[in-house]
Design a protein around this ligand. Structure first.
Ligand SMILES: [Zn+2]
Length: 289
């Protein structure tokens, strides 16, 4: 179970961030869009066609329709659209060759269903496997938290989409068979949220050596964003894929993947932020493809 407490995600008064739309699939004659598995077995297209993203069964359970948070939630988002878009963005950023097809070098976990449970509880949200089977995930999202989003009119839509995106990462990410540091697990979740232009207004890249690389949430998310810029698109995807294959060992994990210790990479990051080098600048929504 991955719990996300509320202290790191208190909302602040500022402008909303727009969710990143998933582009329409290409209309090429041979390669079908996602989800299309041509029945023409033996065709040569079949051999070269990359794997499409799986579509999990999405469910919702609103435990108290009389709760103010239920009213805010249903008024702020198109439930079906926000869930589908968040799943698409997570799959794209962690496993995508592009917006339509998975990268054959990655392996998406066999998540078969995601049930969103809206209920009155402390904190913000958490994700867990269902009692039945770990391939069936449950996202519990606090109606009390949703009711308290301020300013409601400006922030509710983006904050709900942001929290759902973060939790959906937990439904799809690898964790070194349970050995990955919690800060990296949470950092990857917030990196996806950051790349979807759904970061809350109070998030900011730290100006100096504040914190640690595995401080989690946005602290680690901005560090991962730096690594993505420095080592190229797909770096976080490679980190996630390595967490599928290996148990996490900090001494070998980073040198094996990026050629340096994580301490050196963090030093470089702090230096880049201090000196405002381009690789330490923030991502913008327009960069998401
Ligand atoms: Zn989390």
């Amino acid at each position: 179970m991955t719990a996300d407490n509320g202290t790191d995600r208190a909302t602040a008064a500022s402008g909303p961030a727009a969710p990143t739309p998933t582009p329409a699939p290409p209309s090429g004659p041979s390669n079908g869009p996602q989800g299309n598995n041509p029945s023409g077995a033996g065709s040569s297209d079949r051999v070269t066609e990359p794997p499409a993203y799986p579509k999990p069964k999405l469910r919702v359970e609103i435990r108290d329709l009389n709760h103010e948070g239920a009213d805010v939630f249903l008024g702020a988002v198109n439930l079906s659209a926000v869930m589908q878009q968040a799943v698409g963005n997570v799959q794209h950023l962690l496993y995508g060759r592009n917006a339509w097809y998975a990268d054959p070098a990655t392996h998406i976990p066999p998540t078969r269903s995601v049930t969103l449970v809206l209920r009155d509880m402390d904190g913000v949200a958490y994700t867990t496997g269902s009692e039945l089977d770990n391939d069936h995930k449950e996202i519990h999202f606090s109606l009390r938290y949703i009711a308290g989003i301020k300013p409601r009119k400006e922030r509710a839509t983006a904050e709900i989409a942001g929290v759902l995106t973060h939790e959906l990462v937990h439904c799809y990410q690898w964790d070194g068979r349970g050995t990955c540091p919690g800060g990296l697990v949470e950092g990857i979740a917030d990196w996806v949220r950051l790349r979807c232009a759904l970061s809350p207004p109070h998030w900011k890249r730290e100006p100096a050596a504040i914190g640690r690389w595995d401080g989690g949430y946005q602290h680690t998310a901005y560090f991962l964003d730096y690594l993505e810029r420095r080592f190229g698109d797909g770096t976080v995807r490679r980190i996630n894929e390595k967490l599928r294959l290996d148990h996490y060992d900090g001494k070998t994990f980073w040198p094996g993947l990026l050629g340096h210790s994580v301490e050196k990479l963090w030093e470089d990051y702090v230096d880049a932020v201090k000196n405002e080098r381009p690789e330490a600048s923030s991502v913008s929504a327009s960069e998401m493809s």
